[in-house]
Ligand binder design. Structure first.
Ligand code: GLY
Length: 436
């Protein structure tokens, strides 16, 4: 079997590693990711250039395509490949609206009475924005309706000082059509601890994966700017130290109800579904969905998969998913990123990665936004590589992972606190403080 993987990052490297040995891998990537390059037949092209991806897929007679990032989903890559008879692990343009159109997502919760939503309103003019913010009186979150590469969401009390800044920013979102729409979503600010549940979905059946927690802030102690994610961990029971089975099951139920609702509204959702939840004192609330694997969270779950990933992909395409089993192990992933990330990194710096030593230290390498040229690895302005360790406890996995970071040299940094007992205790105490 020939499988096309679309995407360039560590998430796609993890997907390729899950396929390796069970199918021939074909890859479209925007720069030469050394991890993907060495196990695939690849072409360097934009993953958003749908015609080029289609030509590469048909010329190579691929049987199936697995789509990594959200941008090509929004452009209709699945619809285009399906029209050539290629089965896809990824939702159609319409079904991907669960991520690409936040109004579609929130309306779905409202219209189908799915639990765990947040109070929200959609606006297209300053007067209504201003009146609502004055009346609502509580902290809010401003969200562009469409995709903004993780840069559009702003929270009062974090990136926005107060109601006045919230009003100005909401107006800017509308006026500049940020994310492609001349409107803005304003939501109540959910309080608690964030966590991720991902699932395989075949249109009707949902096979959930172990929960994980990402660390979006750049610096230790959850300080600094928001990033794409600086690292993540998962526990051996599939839950998290602050997340019990009841709340995990509640999150999965929301995902199942969402999949049913998407089916009724626009047809079957097939692929990976990423639920980002906030655990508050009254249970989990849905913050947003992604129509893809998380990055870094894909690296927490894919290496634990006991069920053959290629079989799962085939079952997703055929609509007869039988479930997915995972090893009962804990994982810790730490992202190594260029100095200055996010926003101020100087690209094209050499990073020295001693994969052999990293392997001996008990970690795996997943390359992200780096470029290989003449045997050397060069940074970009984004995350460089993820290191992942697997062990019987989070504590053990964290120690292995942290130790392995010393075999990556260059103008880079990482968060040493991801997965440490101290930070996990902070999460547990936070939940206690809010009465959970
Ligand atoms: N971990 C954040 C994301 O994948 O969007």
């Amino acid at each position: 079997m020939k499988i096309l993987v679309v995407g360039t990052g560590a998430r796609e490297h993890a997907i390729c590693k899950a396929i390796e040995g069970n199918a021939d891998i074909y890859s479209i990537m925007s720069n030469k990711n050394p991890g993907i390059a060495r196990i695939s037949k690849y072409q360097i092209s934009s993953e958003n250039d749908i015609e080029t991806v289609k030509k590469f897929a048909t010329r190579n007679n691929v049987d199936m395509a697995v789509i990594g990032p959200e941008a090509p989903l929004e452009k209709g890559i699945v619809d285009a490949l399906q029209s050539e008879g290629i089965g896809c692990v990824g939702p159609t343009k319409e079904a991907a609206k669960i991520e690409t159109d936040k109004v579609f997502m929130r309306n779905l919760f409202e219209n189908y009475k799915i639990g765990g939503s947040l109070t929200y309103r959609v606006f297209d003019n300053y007067k209504d924005i201003s009146d609502f913010i004055d009346e609502f009186g509580e902290d809010i979150v401003i969200k562009p309706v469409g995709l903004t590469g993780g840069k559009g969401v702003k929270i009062v009390g974090e990136q926005l000082e107060d109601a006045s800044e919230a009003k100005s920013y909401a107006k800017e979102v509308v006026d500049t059509k940020m994310g492609g729409y001349a409107s803005v979503v304003i939501e109540e600010k959910a309080i608690g601890e964030e966590f991720t549940v991902q699932a395989f979905v075949d249109g009707k059946n949902v096979a959930p994966m172990p929960a994980a927690q990402d660390h979006p802030y750049a610096f230790e102690g959850d300080e600094g700017p928001i990033t794409g994610g600086m690292g993540s961990y998962s526990d051996k029971d599939g839950l998290l130290p602050f997340l019990n089975k009841k709340d995990y099951d509640g999150s999965v139920k929301m995902m199942e109800d969402t999949v049913k609702a998407i089916n009724k509204e626009v047809g079957p959702y097939k692929g990976f579904l990423y639920g980002q939840f906030m655990l508050g004192n009254d249970g989990p609330k849905l913050i947003e969905y992604n129509a893809r694997f998380g990055d870094p969270e894909a690296m927490n779950v894919l290496p634990l998969l006991k069920t053959n990933f290629v079989n799962i992909c085939e079952e997703i395409v055929d609509g007869n998913l039988h479930g997915a089993k995972f090893e009962n192990k804990a994982t810790v992933c730490k992202y190594i990123v260029p100095e200055g990330y996010p926003g101020k990194a100087v690209p094209n710096q050499v990073i020295d990665v001693d994969e052999k030593k990293i392997g001996e230290a008990g970690a795996r390498v997943y390359y992200a936004a780096v470029n290989e040229k003449e045997g050397k690895i060069y940074s970009s302005s984004s995350r460089a590589l993820g290191l992942v360790s697997i062990a019987d406890s989070i504590e053990e996995a964290e120690k292995l992972c942290e130790n392995a970071t010393k075999y990556v040299k260059g103008d880079v940094y990482h968060r040493r606190d991801v997965g440490t007992a101290e930070l996990i205790l902070k999460r547990i105490m936070h939940m206690k403080e809010i009465g959970k």
